[in-house]
Design a binder for this molecule. Sequence first.
Ligand code: ZN
Length: 321
Amino acid sequence: MLQDVTRKLYNENAELSVFEAEVCAYEERAVLLDCTAFFPEAGGQSGDRGTIFVTDREGTEIALPVCDVQIEDGIIRHILADEADERGLALLTKGAHVRGEVDDARRFDFMQQHTGEHIVSGLVHRRFGYDNTGFRLSDHTCTMDYNGMMCAEDVADIELEANRVVFDNTEVVVSFPTEEEQARLNYRSKKEIASDELRIVTIEGTDCCACCAPHVKRTGEVGLIKILRLQNWKGGVRLYIACGQRALSLFRAEHDMITELAKQMSTSWDNIPDRFRKMCEETGALKKELKTLKRTAGGSNSPVREVKKTGRSTCDRREQP
Ligand SMILES: [Zn+2]
């Protein structure tokens, strides 16, 4: 090892996506570097993905896809994908120079969800005093658990307030307070953290929380915050949220679906619920009628048998003078 722990470049600049580093070790598809901009899986958030480039003797860069990043005792392991070029892997010797590129679109998506989580959790804590007891952020889901109950109206209020914080475009401040400053700070934290590792993320007027992950610089970058679902969870509640690009993608999908429904029903959007209710009522009445007809058809004077004989239905007969 060139040093005891990996230098975390994402702590210094969350927007850094391209960096250069030296290989400390390579073992079992994991590359250890002296520094990295790749955020590892931590605190319920999935690790970054991207590419590590290594150069061969002819000066050609070989791209090695990074499919996962893990941290243990301060050492960050970049897990390379199974399909990584064997020629490139052979060049990952101690001291080799590499270039790293984090998938910045995915990273930004994660920063939007993560900062949105801070805003919502900060507001929930201030309003109800509940703690965030669980957080999970993956490519498709972002959930937060709280140790207290909320109703749908509470959640709607929090959602409105969270979006006001976005509109205010408040700065998201990252700091490393001294022990003296820590004593005066009132911050949220999911676990006990050693004082020399304490990293505080503050959104003035909304939240103050200990956190190691990358965040956006101002709340405006989070974009729309939509709370999708409220669920009872272990004596409290779980919230599902979508922020920024995810919220837009969801809105687009729902917008397309509603437009298609309106087209199929030959009506306007606002008429869809009423039209659908009428369709359900009609279908219910038809099912009931069919059931009655089937029951009648099963009797001794079965009209179906007569239809078979005469080629006419019961209705045909009734309509005749
Ligand atoms: Zn955070």
